[in-house]
Ligand binder design. Structure first.
Ligand SMILES: Nc1ncnc2c1ncn2[C@@H]1O[C@H](COP(=O)(O)OP(=O)(O)OP(=O)(O)O)[C@@H](O)[C@H]1O
Ligand SMILES: [Mg+2]
Length: 427
């Protein structure tokens, strides 16, 4: 509007200016011609109006053409930008509406601004019901504090990735969430979230871990039974001796007591390992967990004539936040692999070392080793080179250690042996 008024003003001012200039020029010329040549003066008088019309017409044509050309050009550029904006809006909308994952937008206060149809289905609430409500209504207990921490981190500009249990349609579901800040003109205005229901996936993984554990227990059973049989034989011997001699022998009794203790320890460890428990993370000493595992593994090692040497080189805390039964499962799997790689009369060295805020459990064997091609496939489920192996031992161990925010590194040389480093964060 302003531009139109400006243009009209410019055209009329130009017209007036040209008119005034022409009047001045033509009057001066007419005056001087009237004095010099009356005939020329008459011709000039007759045509001066025409000349003015042609010059002014041409001038105004040029001016209007230039102005409107610029106007049309800028309108076209604007329309092009609008079309581009509309297209990117539609792209975003289609990414939002047709995404099979839940996509949602929260304001700085953690209130829902928008949620896509997948999210509505997952949470059992419509977008209009959720609008303006706090995301905290879906969370309770520890999950609430965790979610707040992740939310604040993403508001501070750090994208977050985490798993969290939420309340949805009256039941609990596990979500894998990615959160990223929404940055508009350099300012964080809220947070975008993408979430997927991984409850079934997690349950399957848990079932795989449990069934693998049961298979490990089954495999250990023979060695454990054998290990228990030895002290039982000596117990039987002492009982028979005392029975025939009808004498009380305190030396025999103390040996018998320590043998019973060993049976108790082994049976106890086997029972704890086999117990179906909820996964519960707690602060535990990894050194103690390893010690308990060795009670069982020594049974297997003795059966195969293999020595296990354990060295503690730690200089800091070895406490880790863990599910002790799952960690035992990892140690058993790795030590069992080491035992199985040694044909006979071999040795296994277990070393515990400290790193800043970490503990390393190093398990070294002098078995047949692993070539490069096989090394690359370790951890792949069902990959086994053993006749009776399930190929799940390492796959499960990797996934357990990942849950504990740790890592496993394997190096090996064919004919020399293998070294497995299990690294866990300490608390
Ligand atoms: N210490 C080791 N020395 C040599 N080879 C190893 C060692 N650890 C693992 N491997 C190789 O990695 C493969 C996969 O190990 P993983 O523990 O996953 O399965 P498995 O031992 O074959 O079966 P399962 O654990 O069910 O008995 C093994 O078959 C073996 O070839
Ligand atoms: Mg194995």
């Amino acid at each position: 509007m302003k531009e139109a008024r400006k243009n009209a003003l410019l055209i009329s001012l130009t017209f007036i200016g040209l008119g005034l200039l022409w009047i001045f020029i033509s009057d001066t010329a007419a005056y001087s011609l009237s004095k010099k040549n009356y005939e020329s003066f008459l011709i000039f008088q007759r045509y001066k109006g025409w000349v003015f019309m042609v010059i002014t017409g041409l001038f105004l044509y040029g001016l209007v053409y230039k102005r409107s050309y610029r106007l049309i050009q800028s309108t076209e550029a604007l329309q092009k930008k609008e079309r581009q904006l509309e297209r990117s809006k539609q792209h975003y909308k289609s990414l939002f509406n047709h995404n099979p994952d839940m996509v949602f937008e929260l304001c700085r206060k953690g209130l829902f601004i928008n949620i896509n149809p997948a999210g509505e289905g997952l949470l059992g609430h419509s977008a209009s019901e959720l609008k303006g409500k706090s995301v905290e209504m879906l969370l309770e207990g520890e999950a609430l504090y965790e979610a707040r921490r992740y939310y604040i981190n993403s508001l501070n500009g750090y994208p977050q990735k985490y798993e969290i249990w939420i309340q949805s349609k009256g039941k609990k579901i596990l979500l894998r969430v990615s959160m990223l800040p929404i940055i508009v003109s350099g300012e964080i205005t809220g947070v975008f979230g993408i979430a997927r229901d991984i409850t079934t996936e997690k349950k399957k993984e848990e079932m795989m871990i449990v069934s693998e554990k049961m298979s490990v227990i089954g495999q250990l059973a023979a060695a454990v039974a054998h290990e228990i049989r030895n002290p039982l034989t000596s117990l039987k011997g002492f009982v028979q001796l005392m029975q025939t001699s009808k004498e009380y022998n305190s030396n025999y009794l103390s040996i018998m007591f320590s043998e019973i203790e060993r049976i108790n320890l082994i049976a106890g460890e086997m029972l704890i390992l086999g117990k179906q428990q909820d996964i519960r993370f707690a602060k535990k000493d990894s050194k103690e967990i390893l010690k308990q595992v060795l009670v069982l593994m020594e049974a297997q090692a003795n059966l195969n004539n293999i020595a296990i040497e354990c060295v503690d080189e730690t200089t800091a805390s070895t406490n880790v936040l863990c599910d002790s039964n799952q960690l035992k499962q990892v140690f058993i799997n790795v030590i069992k692999n080491a035992l199985e790689s040694i044909p006979s009369n071999g040795e296994i060295w277990i070393k515990m070392k400290s790193l800043p805020h970490k503990v390393i459990i190093e398990i070294v064997d002098n078995g047949h080793g692993i070539d490069q091609e096989r090394l690359d496939r370790l951890g792949e489920p069902f990959y086994s080179t053993k006749e009776k192996g399930t190929g799940l031992g390492l796959a499960v161990s990797y996934s357990i250690i990942e849950r504990h925010s740790g890592s496993i590194h394997i190096t090996s040389e064919v004919g020399k042996g293998t070294k497995v480093d299990i690294i866990l964060p300490t608390v």
